[in-house]
Write a protein that binds this ligand. Structure first.
Ligand SMILES: NC(=O)c1ccc[n+]([C@@H]2O[C@H](COP(=O)([O-])OP(=O)(O)OC[C@H]3O[C@@H](n4cnc5c(N)ncnc54)[C@H](O)[C@@H]3O)[C@@H](O)[C@H]2O)c1
Length: 301
């Protein structure tokens, strides 16, 4: 197998002071990427700030002979996002990849939702993705080879989880960002994908320092690396990964049932099994393809 080297490509990893982001940053640097290690260094709930987590990861990378710079800005603001991307431009004059990974948790049942907590969660995850990927996307458009953007989603957003309505909404919002940004980036060679990791970290309350632990972040890192690499085989996709398991999650449409004239709620109910039958489901990749499906149904027979 040919090694996947980054040959000096510049990759930004947000939230890389610990957990998954740290594993991503170390794997990228060991493969010759020049890495911006961003981390605000707050608590798991996003309180406070501390420069040491990002600085320590940079120390490890440099001690191993790699190249990295630390950045301590918050992804939660537009200024922070700009500053994170600027750190890459200041250090190396370009950006080839960005892994938007920074995250916090403030779980609460919807009935008892604290709106300030919900806003903070959406600010870090959904706005964090926009704040960082937007200036990175603009910088990548100048690259002859485009770039790679990886947005971190979650099974909680894709599938649902009690107490995580705001977090889930933000994480699914990132899928929406990814799907449209993939279309906008195509002409410039920019590929955009979403990754739903599963790993033992402080967010899941089962941190382990053992890189061979069943759910070690290192067992997710290979797909983050691959999605950030020039040879990334995917664009516009969603992946789930944990414990060395890698799977594609997709959005499908059933063939459905149609009655262009005189459709009623009663006729719809009578045909509900056809609406939901998964046989022959389709995977349209854009709104244009959905319009094409609808137009075909409307063609006179
Ligand atoms: N661990 C899992 O099983 C799991 C599951 C689904 C999704 N995720 C997602 O993976 C990502 C990484 O999480 P993790 O499990 O490694 O947790 P973690 O707490 O170990 O890592 C998150 C990092 O993000 C940093 N961060 C938080 N807010 C920030 C901000 N405003 N600006 C910059 N940095 C900030 C934190 O300081 C921390 O180092 C998150 O987006 C999380 O939602 C994790």
């Amino acid at each position: 197998m040919t090694p996947l080297n980054f040959d000096g490509d510049v990759v930004i990893v947000t939230g890389a002071g610990g957990g998954l982001g740290r594993s991503y940053a170390l794997d990228l640097a060991r493969r010759g990427a020049r890495v911006v290690v961003n981390d605000l260094g707050g608590s798991a709930a996003g309180d406070g700030a501390d420069a040491s987590p990002a600085a320590q990861v940079v120390d490890v990378i440099r001690a191993e002979g790699g190249e990295a710079v630390a950045n301590f800005d918050s992804v939660a603001t537009q200024e922070g996002g700009k500053a994170i991307v600027q750190a890459a431009l200041d250090a190396w004059g370009r950006v080839d990849g960005v892994i938007c990974n920074a995250g916090i948790l403030r779980d609460r049942s919807f009935a008892k939702l604290d709106f300030n907590d919900a806003r903070a969660v959406v600010d870090v995850h959904l706005w964090g993705g926009i704040n960082v990927s937007q200036p990175a996307f603009v910088a990548m458009k100048d690259n002859p080879n485009g770039g790679r953007i990886v947005l971190t989603t979650s099974a909680s957003g894709l599938l649902g989880n009690f107490g995580q309505t705001a977090y889930g909404a933000a994480k699914m919002g990132l899928v929406g960002l990814m799907r449209s940004l993939r279309i906008e980036g195509e002409r410039s060679g920019i590929k955009v994908n979403a990754l739903a990791p599963i790993a033992g970290t402080r967010l899941t309350n089962n941190v382990s320092d053992d890189p061979s632990a069943p759910k070690a972040p290192d067992k997710v890192a290979p797909i983050a690396t691959l999605l950030a690499h020039r040879d990334c085989p995917a664009n516009g996709d969603i992946f789930m990964a944990g414990a060395g398991w890698f799977s594609r999650c997709f959005i499908g449409l059933t063939e459905g049932w149609s009655m262009p004239d005189n459709v009623t709620a009663e006729s719809l109910l009578a045909n509900w099994d056809k609406v939901t039958d998964e046989t022959g489901f389709q995977q349209p990749t854009s709104v244009i393809e959905v319009s094409e499906i609808l137009n075909r149904l409307l063609e006179p027979r």
